[in-house]
Write a protein that binds this ligand. Structure first.
Ligand code: SAM
Ligand code: SF4
Length: 348
Protein backbone atom coordinates (compact mmCIF):
# COMPACT_ATOMS: atom_id res chain seq x y z
CA UNK A 1 0.00 0.00 0.00
CA UNK A 2 1.32 3.46 -0.83
CA UNK A 3 2.11 6.21 1.66
CA UNK A 4 -1.00 8.05 0.51
CA UNK A 5 -3.27 5.74 2.52
CA UNK A 6 -1.33 6.27 5.71
CA UNK A 7 -3.13 8.60 8.06
CA UNK A 8 -0.10 10.56 9.22
CA UNK A 9 -1.89 12.57 11.91
CA UNK A 10 -2.63 9.31 13.75
CA UNK A 11 1.04 8.73 14.39
CA UNK A 12 1.18 11.30 17.13
CA UNK A 13 -1.55 11.97 19.68
CA UNK A 14 -2.47 15.49 20.76
CA UNK A 15 -0.22 15.31 23.83
CA UNK A 16 2.77 14.46 21.66
CA UNK A 17 2.99 10.77 22.60
CA UNK A 18 2.57 8.10 19.93
CA UNK A 19 -1.12 7.48 19.30
CA UNK A 20 -2.71 4.29 20.57
CA UNK A 21 -3.66 1.63 18.05
CA UNK A 22 -7.37 1.81 17.24
CA UNK A 23 -8.77 0.01 14.21
CA UNK A 24 -11.49 1.19 11.86
CA UNK A 25 -14.12 -0.59 13.98
CA UNK A 26 -12.96 1.44 17.00
CA UNK A 27 -11.34 -1.56 18.68
CA UNK A 28 -8.34 -0.59 20.77
CA UNK A 29 -5.41 -2.94 20.16
CA UNK A 30 -3.47 -3.74 23.30
CA UNK A 31 -2.37 -7.32 22.80
CA UNK A 32 0.38 -8.69 20.54
CA UNK A 33 1.01 -12.34 19.84
CA UNK A 34 4.54 -12.51 18.56
CA UNK A 35 5.83 -15.64 16.88
CA UNK A 36 9.57 -16.07 17.31
CA UNK A 37 10.02 -19.17 15.15
CA UNK A 38 7.99 -21.34 12.80
CA UNK A 39 9.97 -24.41 13.92
CA UNK A 40 8.76 -26.99 16.37
CA UNK A 41 9.94 -30.19 18.01
CA UNK A 42 6.46 -31.75 17.78
CA UNK A 43 4.27 -32.37 14.74
CA UNK A 44 0.69 -32.17 16.02
CA UNK A 45 -1.31 -33.69 13.20
CA UNK A 46 -3.97 -30.93 13.16
CA UNK A 47 -1.27 -28.23 13.10
CA UNK A 48 1.35 -29.30 10.59
CA UNK A 49 2.33 -32.17 8.28
CA UNK A 50 5.07 -34.61 9.31
CA UNK A 51 7.35 -33.26 6.59
CA UNK A 52 6.86 -29.61 7.33
CA UNK A 53 8.98 -27.19 5.32
CA UNK A 54 10.43 -24.57 7.64
CA UNK A 55 11.61 -21.12 6.66
CA UNK A 56 15.24 -20.40 5.86
CA UNK A 57 16.76 -18.84 8.98
CA UNK A 58 17.71 -15.59 7.22
CA UNK A 59 14.05 -14.82 6.64
CA UNK A 60 13.34 -14.95 10.34
CA UNK A 61 13.74 -11.80 12.45
CA UNK A 62 16.79 -11.70 14.70
CA UNK A 63 16.24 -11.44 18.45
CA UNK A 64 17.28 -7.78 18.25
CA UNK A 65 14.71 -7.13 15.52
CA UNK A 66 12.03 -8.93 17.53
CA UNK A 67 12.82 -6.71 20.50
CA UNK A 68 12.77 -3.53 18.42
CA UNK A 69 9.48 -4.57 16.92
CA UNK A 70 7.93 -5.36 20.29
CA UNK A 71 9.12 -2.00 21.59
CA UNK A 72 7.37 -0.29 18.67
CA UNK A 73 4.12 -1.95 19.73
CA UNK A 74 4.59 -1.11 23.41
CA UNK A 75 5.14 2.52 22.45
CA UNK A 76 1.74 2.46 20.73
CA UNK A 77 -0.09 1.19 23.80
CA UNK A 78 0.27 -2.58 23.52
CA UNK A 79 0.58 -3.71 27.13
CA UNK A 80 0.41 -7.48 26.79
CA UNK A 81 2.76 -9.60 24.68
CA UNK A 82 2.49 -13.33 24.22
CA UNK A 83 5.54 -15.05 22.75
CA UNK A 84 4.52 -17.97 20.58
CA UNK A 85 5.50 -19.95 17.51
CA UNK A 86 6.06 -22.70 16.33
CA UNK A 87 7.59 -23.69 19.61
CA UNK A 88 9.16 -20.57 21.15
CA UNK A 89 11.46 -22.50 23.47
CA UNK A 90 13.28 -24.23 20.58
CA UNK A 91 14.62 -20.85 19.46
CA UNK A 92 18.22 -20.46 20.56
CA UNK A 93 18.82 -17.79 23.23
CA UNK A 94 15.11 -16.99 23.44
CA UNK A 95 15.49 -16.28 27.15
CA UNK A 96 17.51 -13.19 26.13
CA UNK A 97 14.37 -11.80 24.49
CA UNK A 98 12.26 -12.56 27.56
CA UNK A 99 14.82 -10.81 29.74
CA UNK A 100 14.94 -7.75 27.49
CA UNK A 101 11.15 -7.50 27.28
CA UNK A 102 10.84 -8.25 30.99
CA UNK A 103 12.66 -4.98 31.63
CA UNK A 104 9.70 -3.17 30.02
CA UNK A 105 7.29 -4.64 32.57
CA UNK A 106 5.89 -1.74 34.55
CA UNK A 107 7.24 0.56 31.81
CA UNK A 108 4.50 0.25 29.20
CA UNK A 109 4.21 -3.50 29.41
CA UNK A 110 1.74 -5.02 31.86
CA UNK A 111 2.09 -8.68 31.00
CA UNK A 112 4.67 -10.85 29.25
CA UNK A 113 3.66 -14.43 28.64
CA UNK A 114 4.10 -17.39 26.33
CA UNK A 115 2.36 -20.33 24.74
CA UNK A 116 4.43 -23.49 24.72
CA UNK A 117 4.16 -27.22 24.23
CA UNK A 118 6.29 -27.51 27.41
CA UNK A 119 8.75 -30.09 26.05
CA UNK A 120 11.64 -27.79 27.05
CA UNK A 121 9.92 -25.92 29.85
CA UNK A 122 11.67 -27.80 32.65
CA UNK A 123 14.93 -26.22 31.47
CA UNK A 124 13.54 -22.69 31.18
CA UNK A 125 10.80 -22.25 33.80
CA UNK A 126 13.05 -20.61 36.39
CA UNK A 127 14.61 -18.21 33.88
CA UNK A 128 11.17 -17.25 32.56
CA UNK A 129 9.90 -16.53 36.06
CA UNK A 130 13.00 -14.49 36.76
CA UNK A 131 12.45 -12.49 33.58
CA UNK A 132 9.00 -11.48 34.83
CA UNK A 133 6.73 -14.07 33.22
CA UNK A 134 3.88 -14.89 35.60
CA UNK A 135 1.59 -17.11 33.54
CA UNK A 136 2.12 -19.65 30.78
CA UNK A 137 -0.29 -21.36 28.40
CA UNK A 138 0.65 -24.96 27.83
CA UNK A 139 -0.86 -27.02 25.04
CA UNK A 140 -1.78 -30.53 26.08
CA UNK A 141 -4.42 -32.55 24.25
CA UNK A 142 -4.10 -35.91 26.00
CA UNK A 143 -2.61 -37.55 29.10
CA UNK A 144 -2.29 -40.89 27.36
CA UNK A 145 1.32 -41.42 26.34
CA UNK A 146 0.54 -43.53 23.26
CA UNK A 147 -2.14 -41.16 22.08
CA UNK A 148 0.19 -38.20 22.66
CA UNK A 149 2.87 -39.91 20.58
CA UNK A 150 0.38 -40.60 17.81
CA UNK A 151 -1.13 -37.11 17.83
CA UNK A 152 2.13 -35.16 18.07
CA UNK A 153 4.21 -37.79 16.22
CA UNK A 154 6.75 -37.61 19.06
CA UNK A 155 6.90 -39.62 22.31
CA UNK A 156 7.32 -36.59 24.55
CA UNK A 157 4.55 -36.72 27.16
CA UNK A 158 6.94 -37.34 30.10
CA UNK A 159 8.97 -34.21 29.22
CA UNK A 160 5.77 -32.19 28.90
CA UNK A 161 4.56 -33.32 32.34
CA UNK A 162 8.00 -32.47 33.76
CA UNK A 163 7.70 -29.05 32.14
CA UNK A 164 4.27 -28.44 33.68
CA UNK A 165 5.57 -29.44 37.10
CA UNK A 166 8.64 -27.22 36.75
CA UNK A 167 6.48 -24.26 35.74
CA UNK A 168 4.33 -24.62 38.85
CA UNK A 169 7.41 -25.03 41.04
CA UNK A 170 8.87 -21.86 39.55
CA UNK A 171 5.70 -20.03 40.60
CA UNK A 172 4.23 -19.70 37.11
CA UNK A 173 0.46 -19.90 36.82
CA UNK A 174 -0.32 -22.62 34.28
CA UNK A 175 -3.27 -22.68 31.91
CA UNK A 176 -3.71 -25.75 29.76
CA UNK A 177 -5.07 -25.51 26.23
CA UNK A 178 -6.54 -28.59 24.58
CA UNK A 179 -7.89 -28.87 21.07
CA UNK A 180 -11.08 -30.95 21.21
CA UNK A 181 -10.81 -33.69 18.59
CA UNK A 182 -13.51 -36.15 17.58
CA UNK A 183 -12.39 -39.79 17.89
CA UNK A 184 -9.04 -38.70 19.34
CA UNK A 185 -9.43 -37.09 22.75
CA UNK A 186 -13.18 -36.50 22.95
CA UNK A 187 -13.80 -39.22 25.55
CA UNK A 188 -10.78 -38.22 27.58
CA UNK A 189 -11.68 -34.55 27.99
CA UNK A 190 -13.47 -34.96 31.37
CA UNK A 191 -10.41 -36.78 32.79
CA UNK A 192 -8.06 -34.16 31.36
CA UNK A 193 -10.14 -31.35 32.88
CA UNK A 194 -10.46 -33.09 36.26
CA UNK A 195 -6.71 -33.79 36.35
CA UNK A 196 -5.83 -30.19 35.48
CA UNK A 197 -8.25 -28.72 38.00
CA UNK A 198 -6.90 -31.12 40.61
CA UNK A 199 -3.45 -29.65 39.97
CA UNK A 200 -4.82 -26.12 40.24
CA UNK A 201 -4.58 -25.39 36.50
CA UNK A 202 -7.27 -23.74 34.43
CA UNK A 203 -8.19 -25.44 31.15
CA UNK A 204 -9.35 -23.99 27.86
CA UNK A 205 -10.80 -26.13 25.09
CA UNK A 206 -10.40 -25.02 21.47
CA UNK A 207 -12.22 -26.01 18.30
CA UNK A 208 -9.89 -27.13 15.52
CA UNK A 209 -9.52 -24.48 12.82
CA UNK A 210 -8.90 -24.89 9.08
CA UNK A 211 -5.44 -23.29 8.91
CA UNK A 212 -2.76 -24.65 6.58
CA UNK A 213 -2.60 -27.98 4.76
CA UNK A 214 -2.16 -31.11 6.85
CA UNK A 215 -2.30 -34.75 5.77
CA UNK A 216 -5.81 -35.36 7.04
CA UNK A 217 -9.19 -33.72 6.48
CA UNK A 218 -9.70 -31.75 9.70
CA UNK A 219 -13.44 -32.16 9.32
CA UNK A 220 -12.97 -35.81 10.33
CA UNK A 221 -11.95 -34.63 13.78
CA UNK A 222 -13.93 -31.42 14.16
CA UNK A 223 -15.85 -31.48 17.41
CA UNK A 224 -18.17 -28.54 18.20
CA UNK A 225 -17.67 -27.47 21.80
CA UNK A 226 -21.44 -27.10 22.21
CA UNK A 227 -21.48 -30.91 21.99
CA UNK A 228 -18.65 -31.26 24.53
CA UNK A 229 -20.51 -28.98 26.91
CA UNK A 230 -23.72 -30.98 26.67
CA UNK A 231 -21.79 -34.13 27.53
CA UNK A 232 -19.98 -32.51 30.47
CA UNK A 233 -23.31 -31.29 31.81
CA UNK A 234 -24.51 -34.88 32.17
CA UNK A 235 -22.16 -35.42 35.09
CA UNK A 236 -21.05 -31.94 36.16
CA UNK A 237 -22.70 -28.67 37.18
CA UNK A 238 -21.53 -25.90 34.86
CA UNK A 239 -22.18 -22.27 35.78
CA UNK A 240 -21.23 -19.60 33.29
CA UNK A 241 -18.76 -17.12 34.63
CA UNK A 242 -18.97 -13.54 33.39
CA UNK A 243 -15.22 -13.09 33.66
CA UNK A 244 -14.08 -11.77 30.34
CA UNK A 245 -10.35 -11.62 29.96
CA UNK A 246 -10.66 -9.68 26.73
CA UNK A 247 -10.02 -12.79 24.68
CA UNK A 248 -12.18 -15.12 22.61
CA UNK A 249 -12.70 -17.64 25.45
CA UNK A 250 -15.93 -17.82 27.41
CA UNK A 251 -15.70 -19.28 30.90
CA UNK A 252 -17.69 -21.64 33.00
CA UNK A 253 -17.13 -22.91 36.55
CA UNK A 254 -17.40 -26.61 37.29
CA UNK A 255 -18.76 -27.21 40.78
CA UNK A 256 -17.48 -30.79 41.11
CA UNK A 257 -13.86 -30.03 40.15
CA UNK A 258 -13.79 -26.56 41.68
CA UNK A 259 -12.03 -25.26 38.55
CA UNK A 260 -12.69 -22.98 35.61
CA UNK A 261 -13.12 -24.10 32.02
CA UNK A 262 -12.64 -21.81 29.04
CA UNK A 263 -14.07 -22.55 25.61
CA UNK A 264 -12.85 -21.00 22.38
CA UNK A 265 -15.37 -21.57 19.64
CA UNK A 266 -14.16 -19.81 16.50
CA UNK A 267 -16.27 -22.07 14.31
CA UNK A 268 -19.59 -22.34 16.12
CA UNK A 269 -19.48 -18.80 17.45
CA UNK A 270 -17.19 -15.89 17.03
CA UNK A 271 -16.25 -13.13 19.40
CA UNK A 272 -14.54 -10.83 16.92
CA UNK A 273 -16.44 -7.75 18.09
CA UNK A 274 -14.16 -7.35 21.11
CA UNK A 275 -10.93 -8.40 19.37
CA UNK A 276 -7.98 -6.49 20.84
CA UNK A 277 -5.10 -8.41 19.28
CA UNK A 278 -2.65 -8.55 16.41
CA UNK A 279 -0.36 -11.36 15.35
CA UNK A 280 3.12 -11.08 13.93
CA UNK A 281 4.95 -14.01 12.33
CA UNK A 282 8.60 -14.82 12.89
CA UNK A 283 9.37 -13.12 9.56
CA UNK A 284 7.73 -9.92 10.73
CA UNK A 285 4.49 -10.24 8.80
CA UNK A 286 1.65 -8.65 10.73
CA UNK A 287 -1.68 -10.44 10.36
CA UNK A 288 -4.44 -8.38 11.93
CA UNK A 289 -6.79 -11.40 11.80
CA UNK A 290 -5.96 -15.08 12.28
CA UNK A 291 -8.58 -16.06 9.72
CA UNK A 292 -7.86 -13.33 7.15
CA UNK A 293 -5.27 -12.78 4.44
CA UNK A 294 -4.72 -9.08 5.24
CA UNK A 295 -1.06 -8.49 5.97
CA UNK A 296 1.49 -5.75 6.58
CA UNK A 297 5.23 -6.31 6.19
CA UNK A 298 6.99 -5.10 9.33
CA UNK A 299 10.33 -6.66 8.43
CA UNK A 300 10.63 -4.31 5.48
CA UNK A 301 9.93 -1.41 7.82
CA UNK A 302 12.43 -2.66 10.40
CA UNK A 303 15.16 -3.16 7.81
CA UNK A 304 14.53 0.22 6.14
CA UNK A 305 16.67 3.33 6.62
CA UNK A 306 14.09 4.82 9.01
CA UNK A 307 12.89 1.83 11.01
CA UNK A 308 10.98 3.69 13.72
CA UNK A 309 9.06 5.96 11.38
CA UNK A 310 8.27 3.16 8.96
CA UNK A 311 7.25 0.79 11.73
CA UNK A 312 4.83 3.37 13.10
CA UNK A 313 3.40 3.88 9.60
CA UNK A 314 3.04 0.15 9.09
CA UNK A 315 1.14 -0.17 12.36
CA UNK A 316 -1.19 2.60 11.27
CA UNK A 317 -1.78 0.77 8.02
CA UNK A 318 -2.61 -2.39 9.96
CA UNK A 319 -5.33 -0.45 11.79
CA UNK A 320 -6.99 0.41 8.50
CA UNK A 321 -7.07 -3.18 7.22
CA UNK A 322 -8.00 -5.19 10.33
CA UNK A 323 -11.23 -6.89 9.22
CA UNK A 324 -14.41 -6.84 11.27
CA UNK A 325 -14.43 -10.61 11.71
CA UNK A 326 -13.08 -13.90 10.40
CA UNK A 327 -15.06 -16.23 8.18
CA UNK A 328 -13.98 -19.71 9.17
CA UNK A 329 -16.24 -22.50 8.00
CA UNK A 330 -15.92 -26.15 8.73
CA UNK A 331 -18.82 -27.59 6.81
CA UNK A 332 -17.25 -28.67 3.55
CA UNK A 333 -15.44 -31.98 3.31
CA UNK A 334 -12.05 -31.71 1.63
CA UNK A 335 -12.37 -27.93 1.54
CA UNK A 336 -9.31 -25.76 1.12
CA UNK A 337 -8.03 -24.40 4.43
CA UNK A 338 -9.54 -20.99 5.24
CA UNK A 339 -5.96 -19.74 5.13
CA UNK A 340 -2.91 -21.48 3.64
CA UNK A 341 -0.82 -20.46 6.68
CA UNK A 342 -0.38 -23.01 9.42
CA UNK A 343 -1.14 -21.93 12.97
CA UNK A 344 2.56 -22.55 13.71
CA UNK A 345 3.33 -19.80 11.18
CA UNK A 346 0.89 -17.12 12.31
CA UNK A 347 1.39 -17.96 15.96
CA UNK A 348 -1.31 -19.64 17.99
N1 SAM B 1 3.96 -24.76 19.99
C1 SAM B 1 3.26 -24.02 20.95
C2 SAM B 1 2.10 -24.80 21.51
O1 SAM B 1 1.71 -25.80 20.90
O2 SAM B 1 1.60 -24.38 22.55
C3 SAM B 1 2.77 -22.65 20.48
C4 SAM B 1 2.23 -22.54 19.08
S1 SAM B 1 0.80 -23.51 18.73
C5 SAM B 1 0.53 -23.11 17.04
C6 SAM B 1 -0.42 -22.64 19.66
C7 SAM B 1 -1.75 -23.32 19.82
O3 SAM B 1 -2.37 -23.47 18.55
C8 SAM B 1 -1.70 -24.71 20.43
O4 SAM B 1 -2.51 -24.72 21.59
C9 SAM B 1 -2.29 -25.61 19.36
O5 SAM B 1 -3.01 -26.65 19.91
C10 SAM B 1 -3.13 -24.66 18.58
N2 SAM B 1 -3.37 -25.05 17.19
C11 SAM B 1 -2.49 -25.36 16.22
N3 SAM B 1 -3.11 -25.64 15.06
C12 SAM B 1 -4.43 -25.48 15.29
C13 SAM B 1 -5.59 -25.59 14.49
N4 SAM B 1 -5.53 -25.92 13.20
N5 SAM B 1 -6.80 -25.35 15.07
C14 SAM B 1 -6.88 -25.00 16.39
N6 SAM B 1 -5.82 -24.86 17.19
C15 SAM B 1 -4.61 -25.10 16.66
FE1 SF4 C 1 4.22 -27.56 17.40
FE2 SF4 C 1 2.42 -26.20 18.80
FE3 SF4 C 1 1.94 -26.88 16.24
FE4 SF4 C 1 1.98 -28.78 18.07
S1 SF4 C 1 0.54 -27.07 17.99
S2 SF4 C 1 3.03 -28.84 16.07
S3 SF4 C 1 3.49 -28.05 19.47
S4 SF4 C 1 3.47 -25.48 16.94
Amino acid sequence: MSDVSIRKPDLIAVDGTPAPLVDSFKRRITYLRLSVTDRCDLRCSYCMPERMTFLPKKEVLTLEELFELATGFIDRGVDKIRITGGEPLVRRDIIDLFEALGRRLGHGLRELTLTTNATQLADHADALAKAGVRRVNISLDTLDRDKFAELTRRDALPQVLDGIRAASEAGLKVKLNAVALKDINEHELPDLIAWAHGQGHEVTLIEVMPLGEVEEDRLDHFLPLSEVRQRLEKSWTLTDNDANTGGPARYTDIAETGGRLGMITPLTNNFCAGCNRLRVTATGQLYPCLGGSERVDLRGALRSDQPQVNLAKALDEAMTIKPERHHFRMDERGAEPAQPRHMSMTGG
